[in-house]
Design a protein around this ligand. Structure first.
Ligand code: SPD
Length: 428
């Protein structure tokens, strides 16, 4: 018996230390960002292709910065992670990524090279003039940042400017992504409208602008916004919109698609647009960090995610758009209910007039007023400090009222309870 217990303890210790690491794949992805049923399918597919066993350990994060810190500071041994563009740039600049070796995957199942969109490859190429990010990363999903709004409370005109987040009419009903770079960028674009119109700055210049002056201007603006904020959210905003607790949400297009569809089921009408002043276009891509311990399985996992049927399932589940240029993906999204839009920039000439949801795939005209964010290097700390100052203890006046009400109810319940107890004791 003693021997069995010892063996069990040994096995538990091995598992906690990672067991046979060549049979484990540690994936670190955003929450709500995959159809989880594809994970066991990957394990089986990997076995079929290589004859080897793999067990995926799947973990999630809410914001880029959490993921980055685990790798930069914690040196965690994730095999595959999914950062956004400007974080990929930072990881590349800091030598945190291993080049991808897709030549190691047989041609017949090499879905990465078969399905690359030229648009996405070009965006990756623009990340760093000296290193081609395509050699280190494969885009997973992409989209825009914009305004999701309740069409019965907010007009299209009101939602067409970023300033809707500061509109007193919607105070207490505004949701903001708890993603400092993704909020800083549109607010700065809004504040620099005049300079953009004159041509003295470009959208791209603004994505590199980490000056104290601009940070201070965005901070001042956001402190006014804060008073009307219902919540700073990473994932719950979409649901708050479907329940009509929020009416304006600074959000990503994929969350918007999810919310619009869910809301329609319960008779709530939501819409999404990219404000006229301009915005960001973003993508999240798979990378293999330098502390990875199972590069082979990581490479196969990334490849599997690029298989068109898997990409479509992940899209359907999450609302986000696969960065996959396969015609099969486009065809799966065609729906006669939509007006034709020009997606030639993404799928090639045959897609110059296709009926797909413009929230999923922005029309060429929308893309032309969007720009990619860039890494700020060590200046990022200034932004994070500013974000903490804005959020303070993370509570808006609305939150204070809710907390005060909750404390009041709990206190009343406690007083009533103790009075009852005293009466009972007296009777005894
Ligand atoms: N719930 C997953 C959301 C992931 C969206 N990523 C957007 C990143 C923009 N920088």
């Amino acid at each position: 018996m003693k021997r069995i217990l010892l063996l069990a303890a040994l096995c538990a210790a091995m598992i906690s230390c990672g067991g046979d690491r060549s049979e484990t794949l540690k994936v670190y992805n955003w929450s709500d960002y995959i159809d989880e049923s594809v994970i066991p399918e990957f394990e089986q597919w990997y076995k079929d292709q290589t004859g080897e066993t793999i067990k995926v350990v799947y973990q999630t994060f809410d914001v880029n910065e959490t993921m980055l810190s685990k790798i930069e500071k914690g040196h965690e041994d994730y095999d595959v992670v999914c950062p956004s563009d400007y974080i990929i740039e930072r990881m590349l600049n800091n030598g945190l990524l291993i080049p991808l070796d897709f030549a190691s995957i047989p041609d017949s199942i090499n879905y990465i090279s078969l399905n690359k969109s030229p648009y996405i490859s070009g965006m990756f190429r623009s990340i760093n003039p000296d290193i081609d990010a395509n050699d280190y990363s494969v885009a997973y999903m992409w989209g825009t940042t914009g305004i999701l709004y309740n069409t019965s409370k907010v007009t299209e005109e009101e939602a067409s400017t970023w300033d809707v987040i500061r509109n007193p009419k919607f105070a207490g009903q505004v949701l903001i992504k708890d993603a400092p770079r993704d909020v800083y960028a549109p607010v700065l674009i809004y504040l620099k409208q005049k300079e953009l119109a004159e041509g003295s700055v470009t959208l791209n210049d603004l994505m590199h602008d980490s000056s104290d002056e601009s940070i201070a201007a965005v901070e001042e603006y956001m402190k006014v916004v804060k008073d009307g904020v219902l919540g700073w959210e990473a994932d719950f905003g979409k649901e708050q919109m479907t329940k009509e607790r929020g009416v304006v949400s600074l959000n990503w297009s994929g969350d918007a698609v999810w919310a619009i569809e869910e809301a329609a089921e319960v008779g709530v009408s939501l819409a999404y647009l990219v404000p006229e002043e301009g915005s960001t276009v973003w993508f999240d891509g798979w990378v293999i960090p330098k502390y990875a311990r199972n590069v082979k399985a990581a490479t196969y996992f990334i490849d599997f995610m690029c298989r068109p049927d898997i990409a479509i399932r992940n899209m359907d589940e999450t609302g986000y758009v696969a960065a996959n240029g396969a015609m099969e993906v486009l065809e799966s999204q065609i729906d006669e209910e939509f007006e034709p839009i020009d997606l030639s920039y993404f799928f090639g000439e045959q897609a110059s007039s296709v009926r797909v949801d413009p929230v999923l795939y922005p029309d060429k005209a929308v893309i032309e007023r969007c720009v990619l964010e860039h890494d700020w290097g060590t200046d990022t700390d200034k932004l994070l400090a500013m974000w903490s100052r804005i959020k303070g203890d993370n509570a808006s006046s609305v939150t204070y009222i809710v907390i005060a009400a909750a404390v009041f109810v709990i206190a009343c319940a406690a007083i009533t309870g103790s009075a009852r107890k005293k009466r009972r004791n007296r009777r005894r």
